[in-house]
Design a protein. Structure first.
Ligand SMILES: [Zn+2]
Length: 146
């Protein structure tokens, strides 16, 4: 029979003891993964990644497409860059932002499949759709190549 004394566990559970070196090392080993999912755990950052999966964007493109302040977009881009998910290259006075690695698209598609399996239907990675469907994105008439 369960006792009600376990209620506190659902509250603020204290951090694991840090003198346990093994589990500390384990935590450090998982740090990049935690950073990855933390970075992906934000709707605005996911939206930015969606846009970047369609091609390079300048900050001004993202503010335009997302309707967000430049400072907001820049802060999110900095987070995504620190986690190694996006990179930028200089072009004129601006920076062109893009996905750091194509593997990110596979992860977003995996997330779509997972969400589908759990009963939600979302489109995290628009690249396959835009390739098939064509012109319904805000990028259709804006993004020039070369
Ligand atoms: Zn866009």
């Amino acid at each position: 029979m369960p006792t009600p004394s376990d209620d506190r566990n659902s509250d603020d559970s204290p951090a694991p003891a840090l003198d346990d070196l093994e589990s500390t090392a384990e935590l450090h080993a998982l740090g990049p993964a935690a950073c990855l999912f933390k970075s992906l755990g934000d709707e605005t950052r996911l939206t930015i990644l969606q846009h970047l999966s369609l091609g390079e964007h300048r900050v001004v493109d993202l503010t335009d497409h997302l309707g967000l302040a430049q400072s907001t977009v820049s802060a999110h881009l900095a987070c995504l860059r620190d986690c190694g998910l996006v990179v930028s290259r200089p072009k004129g006075r601006a920076s062109m932002w893009s996905l750091a690695v194509p593997e990110l698209l596979a992860l977003l598609r995996s997330a779509e499949l997972l969400l589908e399996a759990t009963g939600d239907s979302v489109t995290l990675c628009p690249t396959h759709e835009s390739t098939i469907a064509g012109a319904t994105s805000p990028h259709a008439d804006r993004e020039e190549r070369g």
